[in-house]
Design a protein around this ligand. Sequence first.
Ligand code: FES
Length: 144
Amino acid sequence: MEVTRRRFLSIFFGIGSALGLGAFAAPLIRYVYPVLKGTVYEKQKIAAVADVTGDGVRFDYQDIPSMLIQKKDKSYAAFSLVCTHLGCIVKWEPQNFDFHCPCHGGKFNENGKNIAGPPPKPLTEWNITQEAGQIFVNGVKSGG
Ligand code: FES
């Protein structure tokens, strides 16, 4: 079978479009998929209390990039770092006690609440507990 130039270009750009769409859709799917499949969360150790600094502790919770922080009042909280706008990974800025999204300028305060930019809702907050000097994460905080 002879492949015409038109057919070749059609296949070439078709594959390119599919790859581009995949790159765009991947973060969105990564954000939505756990919600859709009714994820069963497991208990996981994050860090020893003594090891938590103002910079926080970065961890993955069931493949979800996450962060344990210490708030201004010295209490601890943990959040998914997946931006609720289009799924970029937000960055904790300890000097401002907020999270900043590098993609479209979204901001979340130390409680995970969306306070600026396009994110439509707060970051997912994880339920954390302390046991024997260790901090654990175990599922989504109710109301979070
Ligand atoms: S993906 Fe975070 S503000 Fe758009």
